[in-house]
Design a protein around this ligand. Structure first.
Ligand code: SAM
Length: 328
């Protein structure tokens, strides 16, 4: 294993693209904003400071100490609902003016070795955001070779997925994988490491985390739930951390981006009326932000405002969602 990077040292969660999130949400005093990924409450706190009310959601029970702090400071304007943002229509408890989603893991989750999210810390191969369901170790030790390779390839864009899966299946026959560093070292030995590149286990860990937590299904369901919840003029702001997620958000906001090119021999299909108008074009963190908070480096923010066109039912068509183990 290489030396941990400075960015992977324990520390509080630093909200990513915070100024851009506030600019896109424009929370006015009196507005009701739903923060679907509360984490350490960085976004919620800033929205409350702007005078709006916040309904926060998180699926991870370990955020409760941060919830208590904000509840004590803003007893009349802050409430918390444990659960997933795919259920945000019911958890919102009424109409809201804006929804923000900051997809992915928090620094607390990454830095707590016992959660098993990071190969920089030795811990059990877990990666679950909630204490239920199969863990990463369950997947690594029980999926068939092809199923495992598909998870690594489709959810991690790991080109050497077949080689890694083949090696894992052979190795686990003698001894099941139990820890994060054990798996990371095994992947490094299987596919090698080029100087200057990210750790060779990065893509596989991303893939396993997505599978364990059903993250792409959550994203699709959360986006459509927000579309149904928000009325005309309501804003949806989404921060993502890798290209699979960003592609889903981009195509959700603008279905034309995911539509296959039409044959000129067929009658012209009628364009679907737009449910979303961009607030801003997609933005990346500034060089300054990346220097201050290296974990922001792969983030992208997209934001749009809801039109009066009736909401869609949830549909995966045209979003480019890859299908591997556990996907709907
Ligand atoms: C990147 S952190 C959010 C950090 C937050 N914006 C802040 O400023 O502190 C993501 C949080 O979303 C939660 N989360 C991830 N997927 C979720 C889902 N589907 N439903 C609810 N919470 C989720 C994680 O447990 C984690 O606490």
């Amino acid at each position: 294993m290489g030396k941990p990077e400075a960015s992977d040292q324990p520390g509080p969660h630093v909200p990513v693209l915070l100024a851009e999130v506030l600019d896109a949400l424009a929370p006015l005093p009196g507005a009701r904003i739903l923060d679907g990924t509360f984490g350490a409450g960085g976004y919620s706190r800033a929205i409350l400071a702007a005078g709006a009310s916040v309904i926060a959601i998180d699926r991870d029970p370990s955020v409760l100490s941060h919830v208590e702090r904000l509840s004590a400071e803003f007893p009349d304007r802050f409430s918390f609902a444990p659960g997933t943002f795919s259920e945000l229509e019911t958890l919102a408890g009424g109409r809201v003016d804006g929804v923000v989603l900051d997809i992915g893991v928090s620094s607390m989750q990454l830095d707590q070795a016992e959660r098993g999210f990071s190969f920089m810390n030795d811990g059990p191969l877990d990666m679950r955001m909630t204490p239920e369901g199969p863990s990463a170790a369950d997947l690594v030790n029980t999926l068939g070779e092809d199923e495992l390779a598909d998870v690594l390839y489709l959810f991690g864009e790991e080109r050497k997925s077949r080689r890694i899966a083949h090696g894992i299946v052979a190795a686990r026959a003698t001894r099941p994988f139990e820890s994060t560093t054990e798996l990371a070292r095994f992947i490094e030995r299987s596919i090698g490491r080029r100087p200057g590149d990210a750790h060779p286990a990065t893509r596989s860990f991303q893939a396993l985390r997505i599978a364990v937590n059903g993250e792409l299904d959550q994203l699709v369901e959360g986006l459509f739930a927000a579309e149904r919840l928000l009325e005309a003029g309501g804003r949806l702001v989404v921060v993502t951390f890798h290209s699979l997620e960003d592609r889903i958000v981009k195509r959700f906001f603008d279905p034309e981006k995911g539509a296959p090119t039409q044959s000129r021999h067929l009658p012209q299909a009628k364009a679907d009326p737009l449910r979303w108008q961009p607030v801003r074009q997609a933005q990346k963190p500034s060089v300054d932000e990346i220097a201050r908070n290296p974990r922001s480096r792969s983030s992208t923010i997209r934001s749009a405002v809801r039109s009066a066109v009736p909401a869609r039912t949830t549909s995966y068509d045209g979003l480019g969602v890859p299908k591997a183990w556990g996907a709907k």
